[in-house]
Design a protein around this ligand. Structure first.
Ligand SMILES: Cc1ncc(COP(=O)(O)O)c(C=O)c1O
Length: 476
């Protein structure tokens, strides 16, 4: 009888896939380091120099890898030295190695049976982040990004505020969500997904530094109540996307508590401020919030995606995301109320990649102190850029940076055109945002591999292009 079980001695360990990966990445990394930063091909050009169409008949490994190489050759590098366009950048070694290992392991994080020790690692990360957020003993889950961490928190908040919403359904047309006008667009999108609707999201006014004004929040709530609406939730932002502003959590908590509303803090970008004594105070009052989003793939330098949604109260993830599935959740259940060993019982997802391992590994490497030094460097880079903007005639710094974005404009020159030219010329990938009704260049200083000299060089490049740019207006 044929037997399919081979003995260990007969099994050759094939590690060639790692060698192939290394060769593939070597070429990519050389290009990344060469500062050929931007790869500004049009979609048509990108399609022309690659073979994107999927064949009916397979082309085999060698040609598939050739095609893969061609795609890597024209993919814009984001970990290189000239990418300051988004809230993530750079590459942390240990986290990257752990991420590659996670891909090799291909663990699905739903049960202890399938994931084993990895579930303990995930729990350790969540508990440490809860501790940092002054929410010890609370609950948390990994999600595929800040938008979905916000979604998870908003679902929990809705279900906690509105009895039976998760089980019986919910007519949210009278419910209202409040977020600062500087808040992230995922809040509006999520409102549409949790049955509240985009029209029921109020953009509350912010002060000159981009922080939600508590008195305007109170006014907006009163006005909605007077119209017969039912305020449900306040979303504070801890580190806004453009200005890096931190809403005053203590003051917002006072309003939310007196009105009986759920208070969520979106710290997707600014949660990492908890890691440094100089910036920790920006989140004072977090212990009074009901839930919190924190992305490790932004300012903590962990590869995309790595985000957590946390709640102050224990047990809320299991309470609101639990489903039974006898084909999946089979072991370790009876004495495991919170579902820590079977994270699938407390998750948005079923099959789920392992995002915790890379964070755990990087945190092992740096520890709290190393992370504090990392934030220190990021802040130094922001201060360097701001100082250059302040000292340069004809440049207007749009705000005093409190966190890791520096926004400025060159008087009489279009910020949008400057960013576009820098990309087209392959000099720098930097983006623009809107501050106080004007388009401004937004330089992001999350990559601690940069030095102040790098920042100086980037600022010079921006100013140089600005000088040559035709006159333009930044009014929105
Ligand atoms: C304040 C804030 N919240 C949420 C998000 C969404 O995070 P993600 O891109 O991980 O979905 C962002 C992204 O930039 C953000 O800046």
């Amino acid at each position: 009888m044929e037997c399919f079980v081979s003995s260990p001695a007969e099994t050759a360990i094939d590690t060639s896939l790692f060698a192939e990966t290394e060769s593939l990445m070597r070429r990519y990394l050389e290009r990344e380091a060469s500062e050929d930063v931007t790869v500004s091909l049009s979609p048509e050009e990108a399609a022309r120099v690659t073979e994107i169409d999927l064949p009916r008949e397979g082309v085999g490994e060698a040609r598939a890898l050739e095609r893969l190489r061609a795609v890597l050759d024209v993919t814009p590098p984001t970990a290189g030295p000239r990418f300051v366009n988004q809230l993530f950048a750079g590459r942390e070694r240990v986290a990257t190695i752990a991420e590659l290992a996670a891909v090799g392991l291909n663990t699905s994080m739903y049960t202890f049976k399938a994931a084993g020790v990895q579930t303990l690692i995930e729990r350790a990360c969540i508990e440490r982040m809860l501790e940092k957020a002054a929410m010890c003993g609370g609950d948390g889950m990994f999600t595929p990004g800040g938008s979905l961490s916000n979604l998870a928190a908003m679902i929990v908040g809705r279900n906690e505020v509105v009895d039976g919403a998760g089980d019986l359904g919910f007519d949210g047309r009278k419910r209202v969500i409040y977020v600062s006008g500087e808040g992230h667009y995922s809040i509006n999108k999520n409102a549409s997904m949790i049955g509240v609707g985009r029209e029921n999201v109020r953009g509350v006014g912010a002060d000159s530094e981009g922080r939600m004004r508590p008195e305007l929040l109170a006014d907006a709530i009163a006005a909605d109540r007077a119209r017969g609406l039912e305020p449900m939730m306040v979303i504070a932002t801890s580190g806004t996307t453009v200005m890096g502003a931190f809403d005053p959590l203590e003051d917002l908590a006072a309003v939310a508590e007196s009105e009986g509303l759920w208070l969520h803090a979106d710290g997707a970008f600014g949660g990492t401020a908890l890691m440094h004594h100089e910036t920790r105070h920006l989140l004072d009052g977090l212990e009074r919030c009901d839930s919190f989003t924190w992305d490790a793939h932004k300012a903590m330098g962990v590869p995309l995606t790595c985000s957590v949604a946390l709640t102050k109260k224990p047990g809320l993830m299991r309470k609101h995301f639990d489903e039974t599935a006898s084909y999946l959740f089979q072991q370790d259940l009876e004495d495991e109320e919170a579902g820590w060993l079977n994270p699938g019982l407390r998750s948005l997802q079923c099959g789920r990649r392992n995002d915790a391992l890379k964070l755990w590994a990087q945190w092992q490497c740096l520890g709290d102190r190393g992370y504090a030094r990392r934030v220190e460097r990021q802040l130094e880079l922001a201060r360097t850029a701001a100082e250059i903007a302040r000292q340069t005639p004809g440049v207007r710094l749009a705000h005093e940076p409190r966190w890791l974005t520096v926004c400025f404009e060159i008087e009489g020159k279009s910020s949008e055109a400057i960013c576009e030219t820098l990309t087209r010329k392959g000099v720098l990938k930097v983006g623009y945002g809107v501050v106080h009704g004007r388009k401004v260049v937004r330089l992001v200083t999350v990559n601690p591999e940069h030095t102040p000299a790098d920042i100086e060089r980037m600022m010079n490049d921006i100013l140089d292009v600005g000088e040559r740019a035709p006159a333009g207006d930044n009014t929105v």
